[in-house]
Design a protein around this ligand. Structure first.
Ligand SMILES: Cc1ncc(C[n+]2csc(CCOP(=O)(O)OP(=O)(O)O)c2C)c(N)n1
Ligand SMILES: [Mg+2]
Length: 576
């Protein structure tokens, strides 16, 4: 370490002096950053001054939480690192929900926060918060920069840590004097991360053991999580599923890694997953988990989860192996590499009986809703949106029933197509994430399918979409309730709807007031027309769908029940 700082100072003798703020901008550019999100304040003014004419597309949200979700949506849609900047104290604290959201879903973000002058740290200075302390539990890594000489290296390391291994958010806290101080340190600089090792290649013996188990299996299931999308391994996953002939179920975050239109797709598993996925997992003799972490929303009662199966777990994060469920064949490494290696070693097997069984389940327990109802059914809105966008739109969601109906009734076929807060379940994520995704993919149709209460949390960001002329679309599935809370209260609390009702504004009027297009749709017959108009708008557009207020999401594995104990199957079977 000493030797390195000596070489840095040797260099500094030759290179021109630069302020910390200039070093930040130069390092961001060196990292390939062309877009960032953030909000100014006193202790980031030196940085904002350098950003004034920097060649970076800078998006100003209405709230730092919005900026962080935008950076997250941008990262999910593009595969790049999302970058967000905030001032000290309240600015940095407002990032926390966004950081925790990204952390739970393994999304790469670099957050630069301003901090009070180094000499004031610990003095309860104006707008001082212990940002590294506050964000430590919700980030992959964080640090505070005490010396301008370390700045370039620490930012470079932040990008590396955020985007390698199991990705995640990293905070770099930068006191204002460090932004002002000058040093001759020039980019590029060398990283110093002796304790941080990324092992992308899986052990060949483990890969062979996994291939052998797949070749022997009569009833295998691939259980795929968001890790496959993060690793850009969807193509390899599809190649494995095709070559070995294995049905595929995904988590919420895994949707799009496999084409849901294929007969081998079992769609989403878990609490509100398909009955056919849940049955297949419970009946399989081999479960091949890839980039997934056996979350409780997926496994149901752990003791009774996939008890007949041998389990293979492919994951970049060794700490998630055998964390919740005992794993027979762990393969630690990058899913893209491991799946590509596995493809070489597996053989095709017809597995006629297994696929016949699956086809039977799929027919019997297809996701259904009452098509003959007179009211606007949320499932109909999602299915119609899918039809009109030919299943090709990028979709973000709120949290709750709207999110589950989206997962059930939109048919995802491409990775990075669904942008949803899975692990943390953050209401208010949908709109800002939609904005971030639209910035990442300017030519794509990007739609936020939201809940009324979720939308309420961050709806001011509509003004951001208007300012930047983003053609985003928002479909509010407005049931007038915190629907998922109401559903639980209906089922488990004797219909005592305690505080799950909010008086909502007229969203079309709100949209217009903020400069967007606002449409209200309260008739089933008007749904196609409303969606058509929404898709044709160039300005941000909000459609307020007044849906059936007490519609429920089925099937449902109640908390603590095992995966095959689903409620609502009788309802699905009665519907056509
Ligand atoms: C920030 C936050 N607060 C509280 C919750 C708990 N919660 C989960 S779903 C839900 C209701 C969501 O209501 P809405 O957005 O209208 O969606 P709906 O279920 O009606 O589709 C609540 C309060 C949460 N997930 N996130
Ligand atoms: Mg609602």
């Amino acid at each position: 370490m000493k030797a390195k700082s000596r070489s840095t100072s040797a260099k500094s003798a030759k290179s021109p002096l630069k302020t910390g703020a200039q070093i930040i901008v130069d390092t961001l550019l060196e990292q390939g950053v062309d877009t960032m999100f953030g909000y100014p304040g006193g202790v980031v003014l030196p940085l904002f001054d350098r950003l004034y004419d920097a060649p970076i597309n800078f998006i100003s949200p209405r709230h730092e939480q919005g900026a962080c979700h935008m950076a997250d949506g941008y990262a999910r849609a593009s595969g790049k690192v999302g970058v967000v900047v905030a001032t000290s104290g309240p600015g940095a604290c407002n990032l926390v929900t966004g950081l925790a959201t990204a952390n739970m879903d393994s999304i790469p973000i670099v957050a630069l926060t301003g901090q009070v002058r180094t000499e004031l740290i610990g003095n309860d200075a104006f707008q001082e918060a212990d940002t590294t302390g506050v964000t430590r539990p919700v980030t992959k890594y964080n640090c505070i920069v005490k010396d301008v000489k370390d700045l370039a290296r620490l930012i470079k390391e932040a990008f590396y840590i955020a985007s390698t291994g199991r990705p995640g958010p990293v905070v770099v806290d930068i006191p204002v004097d460090v932004q002002v101080n000058k040093t001759g340190t020039d980019v590029p600089v060398e990283m110093e991360l002796p304790g941080y090792k990324v092992r992308p290649k899986g052990h060949p013996k483990q890969i062979s053991a996994a291939a052998e188990a797949i070749n022997k299996s009569q009833q295998p299931v691939l259980y795929v999580g968001g890790g496959v999308i993060g690793a850009n391994a969807s193509q390899e996953l599809r190649a494995l599923a095709d070559k070995a002939h294995v049905p595929v179920t995904t988590t919420l975050l895994g949707l799009g890694s496999y084409d849901q239109n294929k007969p081998e797709s079992l769609d989403m598993l878990g609490m509100h997953g398909s009955a056919y996925a849940n049955y297949a997992v419970q009946e399989c003799d081999l479960l091949i988990a890839v980039g997934a972490r056996f979350d409780d929303r997926v496994t149901g009662k752990l003791k009774e989860f996939a008890t007949k199966a041998k389990i293979i777990h492919i994951d970049i994060d060794p700490s998630s192996i055998s964390k919740n469920v005992h794993v027979d064949i762990p393969v630690v490494g990058d899913a893209k590499h491991i799946l590509a290696e596995l493809v070489k070693e597996v053989n095709f097997r017809e597995r006629k009986r297994w696929f016949n069984k699956i086809a039977e389940w799929k027919k019997k327990f297809a996701f259904r809703y009452d098509r003959n109802a007179a009211t606007v059914k949320p499932q109909y809105v999602v299915a119609e949106l899918c039809r009109q966008t030919k299943g090709k739109a990028i979709i973000s969601t709120g949290v709750g029933q709207n999110q589950m109906w989206t997962a059930q009734f939109y048919r995802f076929s491409m990775p990075r197509q669904l942008i949803s807060s899975g692990g943390l379940g953050t209401m208010g994520y949908g709109l800002p994430a939609c904005i971030g995704a639209q910035i990442a993919r300017p030519d794509a149709t990007v739609v936020d399918i939201d809940g009324d209460s979720s939308f309420n949390m961050t709806m001011t960001e509509l003004a951001t979409a208007v300012q930047y002329k983003l053609p985003i679309k928002v479909c509010i599935l407005n049931n007038g309730y915190m629907g998922m809370v109401r559903q639980w209260q209906e089922l488990f609390y004797g219909k005592r709807y305690s505080k799950s009702y909010l008086q909502n504004p007229d969203y079309a009027t709100v949209a217009r007031a903020l400069g967007a297009v606002g449409i209200t749709c309260d008739k089933k017959a008007d749904v196609p027309k409303a969606i058509k108009q929404m898709l044709s708008e160039k300005a941000p557009c909000v459609v307020d769908f007044k849906i059936e207020p007490e519609e429920n999401v089925w099937p449902m594995v109640a908390a603590g029940k095992s995966l095959n104990e689903m409620d609502g199957l009788d309802i699905l079977e009665r519907l056509v």
